[in-house]
Design a binder for this molecule. Structure first.
Ligand code: 0RA
Length: 642
C-alpha cells in the first residue's frame, strides 16, 4: 500500500494537466480575482444543475462554511464510483482529476461542456487547497480527498446507507489562496447565480446557507424554488414595473429537436429587457434564438392586429422597434450541439434554432392572442403608441429642418452672387477649393454667373443623420444659395438659379467631390435633379499649344489623336496636362469651362430611381467592400450621368 500522500504522484498525465491549470488559471476560469473565485463555484453548481435538467435531481444545497470552504450537494444519481474500464481507477477519480477524460461522462443529450473548456469540476479541484467529494449511491457512501487537485488516496467506502434508494453527490472545496487574490465567497453573488438556475429549471429547489455569521446570530438561509420557471423569472424582472399584459405569455415546446421555452410580459416602460439562454447558459449578445424570436414577435403581432382591425389609421405595419418597446422576455433553448461565437458563449450560432424559435413563438403567440384578447389589445395599443410617438418625433424633426432652412435667409459670405435676379438667366457654380473658386470668380460673367467655393470635402450626407448634416456649414451654404428651402416646404419656384453647375477637377478627387455634392442634392433636393437644373462642368484635362494657338481637350484620347495629326502635318504641338482647376488662369477657365459658347456641360438625369438609390447607397453608404468593388469595376468608365 502506498502512503496516503504519495497516492496521486503515480499518474504523470494527471500531474501535467494540473500543472497547466495552476500555471495559467486565467486561461481556464477567466481570471483569479473575485470573478474567477465565483467561477469555480459555478463550475461545480452547473454539474448538479445538469443532473436536475436531465430529470434526476430535485434539490441542491449550497453551504458557505465557517472555515471559508464551500459545498454543493445534490440528490442526483451520484457520480459512479466503480473502476473505469480504461483508466483502471474509479470513475469518480477520473472525472475529478483527468483533465482530458471528458466525453462520455460529460456529454448528455443537451449538455454543454461545463465551463469554458469542458474541464469544469477538475478546474475547481486543481485550484482548491483541498477538496472532498462524497457520493451516495448503491447503498454506500464513497469518498475521495484531493489537495490542489491531487487525490490523496483511492476512492474509499466510508459508510452504508440506511435508505438504499438514497443517492447524490457532494463537493466541498477550499479555494487556494496561492491562486486567488480574494478567497471570500460573497453570499449575494452566490444567490444571484443560483437564482438564474432556479428560474431556468422549473421545479428545482436550491437552498443556500451562509454559516459564516457571528457567534449567536442566525444563519442566513435562502430558498429558491420557482414552480413556474421562466414565467416566474419575467415576473421577477418586472417586479417594480407596471404590467401591460396581466397574464404573461408562456410556452415550452419542442420543434425538430430544439426545446424552446419562452415567457413574455410587457411593461409600461420604454425599455426592452430580453434574456437569452442556451442549455441554461446565458448568451449576452443573443444569437439565432433571439433573431427567430424577434421575427416571430413582429410577425404575430402584425398578423393579429390586422385581423382584429387594430391598425386602423396607420400607414404601415408596426415594426420591430415598436413591438419591442416595454418588452420583458426570457428565451431559453435546449440544443443538442450548441455552437457559439467566441469562447465565453456570448452568442448562439446554430442556424436551425432560428427556425424552431420563430415557428414555436409565432404559432403560440397567435393562440395566446386569440385566448387573451384583452392582453392582446393592450400589447398592440402599446406598440401603436410607440409607432405614433416616432411619427410625431419625425414631424418635429421636419419642423426643425424647415425652421433652420428658413432662418438662414442671408446669403453665405463665400458666395459671389450674380447681378441679374432672373433665375432663368442665372447660373450657380459650385466649385471645389478656394483657389479654383478665386479663378472662377474672376473669370466669370458677373451678370449671370454666381460662384460658391466649397472648402475641401463636404459632408457625406448619405452616412450621417439629418441633424449632423444640417449643422454642416457647406450644406447650409448650398441650401441658402439655392433658396428653395428644404424638407416638406421645398419650393422649386424659389430656385435662384436655373443652372446649378458642379465644377471640380478632372481627377479622382474631383470626381469624389462631385459625387458628394450629387449625393447631397439627391437626398435633399431631388426635385432639382428631376427638373433638369443640375449640371456637371467638364474642365479640360489637356492644353496643346501650336505656336500662339491653344487647344483644349477633355480626355487623353482626344488629345493624342490631335497631337498625332498635328505632327504628321509637320507642326510642333506642345502638350500640357492640367493638374487642377486652380492651375488655370481666369481667362483659361472662362474659355474652357464657363463660357456658354465653348463649354461642355453635362446635365444630370436619374434614369432609374431604384438603381440610383442603390448606387448612392453603395457609393456613399457606410459599407466599404461593395463600394470598393464598384469603384474597381467602373473606375475606368465612371460616367457622371446617373
Ligand atoms: C455521469 C453519470 C452519472 C452521474 C453523473 C455523471 C453525475 C455527475 C454529477 C456532478 C454533480 N452531481 C452529479 N450527479 C451525477 C450516473 C450514471 C448512472 O448512474 O447511470
Amino acid at each position: 500500500m502506498p502512503k496516503k500522500s504519495d497516492y496521486g504522484a503515480s499518474n504523470i498525465q494527471v500531474l501535467q494537466g494540473l500543472e497547466a491549470v495552476r500555471k495559467r488559471p486565467a486561461m481556464y476560469i477567466g481570471s483569479t480575482d473575485r470573478s474567477g473565485l465565483h467561477h469555480i463555484f459555478t463550475e461545480i453548481l452547473d454539474n448538479s444543475v445538469d443532473e436536475a435538467i436531465a430529470g434526476y435531481c430535485t434539490r441542491i444545497w449550497v453551504t458557505l462554511h465557517k472555515d471559508g470552504s464551500l459545498s454543493v450537494k445534490d440528490n442526483g444519481r451520484g457520480i459512479p464510483v466503480e473502476k473505469h474500464s480504461q483508466t483502471k481507477v474509479s470513475t469518480l477519480e477520473t472525472v475529478m482529476t483527468n483533465l482530458h477524460a471528458g466525453g462520455k461522462f460529460e456529454e448528455g443529450a443537451y449538455k454543454v461542456s461545463g465551463g469554458l473548456h469542458g474541464v469544469g469540476m477538475k478546474c475547481t479541484n486543481a485550484l482548491s487547497e483541498w477538496m472532498i467529494t462524497t457520493v451516495r449511491r448503491d447503498g454506500g457512501v464513497y469518498q475521495q480527498e484531493y489537495r490542489r487537485g491531487i487525490p490523496q488516496a483511492p476512492v474509499k467506502k466510508v459508510g452504508t446507507l440506511e435508505n438504499k434508494e438514497e443517492s447524490g453527490t457532494e463537493h466541498r472545496f477550499m479555494p487556494d489562496d496561492e491562486i486567488f487574490t480574494e478567497t471570500d465567497f460573497e453570499f449575494k453573488e452566490i444567490v444571484r447565480k443560483c437564482r438564474q438556475h432556479a428560474y431556468l429549471t422549473a421545479g428545482l429547489r436550491i437552498s443556500i446557507t451562509d454559516e459564516r455569521v457571528e457567534e449567536g446570530k442566525d444563519l442566513k438561509i435562502f430558498d429558491l424554488y420557482f414552480e413556474d420557471g421562466i414565467k416566474s423569472y419575467v415576473l421577477f424582472m418586472n417586479i417594480d414595473e407596471k404590467f401591460v399584459n396581466e397574464v404573461p405569455f408562456y410556452v415550452k415546446k419542442e420543434h425538430e429537436g430544439v426545446i424552446v421555452e419562452t415567457a413574455i410580459q410587457y411593461t409600461n416602460s420604454m425599455d426592452e429587457n430580453v434574456k437569452c439562454y442556451t442549455n441554461n447558459i446565458i448568451n449576452p449578445e443573443g444569437g439565432t434564438h433571439l433573431s427567430g424570436f424577434r421575427t416571430a414577435l413582429t410577425g404575430a403581432i402584425n398578423t393579429y392586429a390586422q385581423k382584429s382591425e387594430l391598425l386602423k389609421g396607420l400607414t404601415t405595419t408596426l415594426n420591430g422597434d415598436d413591438v419591442r418597446e416595454g418588452l420583458t422576455a426570457v428565451i431559453s433553448v435546449k440544443v443538442a450541439n450548441p455552437q457559439f461565437e467566441g469562447q465565453t458563449k456570448i452568442k448562439l450560432n446554430n442556424p436551425e434554432v432560428k427556425n424552431a424559435v420563430a415557428k414555436v413563438i409565432r404559432d403560440e403567440l397567435l393562440v395566446y392572442f386569440d385566448e387573451h384578447p384583452k392582453e392582446a389589445k393592450a400589447i398592440i395599443d402599446k406598440a401603436i403608441l410607440s409607432y405614433k410617438a416616432k411619427a410625431a418625433a419625425k414631424a418635429a424633426r421636419d419642423a426643425v429642418i424647415r425652421k433652420s432652412a428658413l432662418e438662414s435667409t442671408t446669403l453665405p459670405g463665400k458666395l459671389a452672387d450674380c447681378i441679374s435676379n432672373k433665375p432663368e438667366d442665372c447660373e450657380l457654380y459650385i466649385v471645389e477649393g478656394d483657389s479654383a473658386g478665386g479663378s472662377a470668380k474672376q473669370g466669370r460673367d458677373r451678370h449671370t454667373q454666381a460662384v460658391l467655393p466649397l472648402r475641401g470635402k463636404i459632408i457625406n450626407t448619405h452616412k450621417y443623420r439629418v441633424d449632423r448634416v444640417l449643422g454642416n456649414n457647406e450644406f447650409k451654404d448650398i441650401t441658402t444659395a439655392l433658396g428653395v428651402g428644404i424638407g416638406t416646404t421645398l419650393d422649386i419656384s424659389k430656385l435662384r438659379y436655373h443652372k446649378v453647375i458642379i465644377m471640380s477637377d478632372a481627377d479622382v478627387d474631383g470626381l469624389h467631390i462631385t459625387t458628394l455634392v450629387l449625393t447631397l442634392l439627391y437626398r435633399f433636393f431631388k426635385p432639382l435633379i428631376d427638373g433638369g437644373y443640375i449640371y456637371v462642368a467638364q474642365p479640360p484635362l489637356h492644353k496643346v499649344e501650336i505656336g500662339k494657338k491653344k487647344y483644349y481637350f477633355l480626355n487623353d484620347n482626344e488629345k493624342d489623336v490631335f497631337v498625332k495629326k498635328a505632327k504628321t502635318a509637320g507642326k510642333n504641338p506642345v502638350a500640357n496636362r492640367f493638374k487642377g482647376l486652380g492651375e488655370m488662369n481666369p481667362e483659361q477657365l472662362w474659355e474652357t469651362t464657363m463660357s456658354p459658347e465653348t463649354r461642355a456641360l453635362k446635365q444630370v438625369h436619374i434614369e432609374d430611381g431604384e438603381e440610383a438609390e442603390k448606387v448612392f447607397e453603395m457609393l456613399m453608404g457606410a459599407e466599404v467592400p461593395p463600394r470598393r468593388r464598384f469603384i474597381q469595376k467602373y473606375a475606368k468608365r465612371a460616367n457622371l450621368d446617373i
